[in-house]
Ligand binder design. Sequence first.
Ligand SMILES: [Zn+2]
Length: 184
Amino acid sequence: MSNQDASRFAGSAHSPIGAPSSRLTIKQMQAHLDELAAETGVRLETWDGVPEATARLVTTDHGLPAVIYNKPLRNRHQYLSGLHEFGHYIVGVRGRNRAYGLRPEHLVDEVAAWVWAFDNSRVEITETLRVNVADTLFTYADDAGANSGNDYYGIDAVPDDLRAEYVAGLVRLGAISIDPEGGE
Ligand SMILES: [Zn+2]
């Protein structure tokens, strides 16, 4: 246990209720996702026997309940992935049809759904989780650039009119920091 973990542990008895914890059990994480499902009416399903599948939100225009598929919860990242999908549902999905893959105009929704997940997480967002999410986002950006057939990747792949919102989200997630001098 690092010193930082030790001090966190010592203080945990006095944490305000609802404050993110470094000591949440898998059961507690699952309970949170179940609560969100009950609150939103989203059906929560677990991928079964599809090891390569990632979490996803499936919505329809036909009045059927939305479904969030997630892996069986085994760690905090999978919990955050589940929260991210609820983030998509709650924040709103602007780029709905992804039949042709992730495109640059979807990136701003991705970042918004992660911001929602971080803001609502009951587990403390550690540096490892933060880096993990930042890597995921940069991979999305590269894929979106490639799918759109242009040579841009990363932040440059995001359309001009969405870029400021996208960058602000990255900063909130701690995925990038902005040079106070305003340089690039
Ligand atoms: Zn997403």
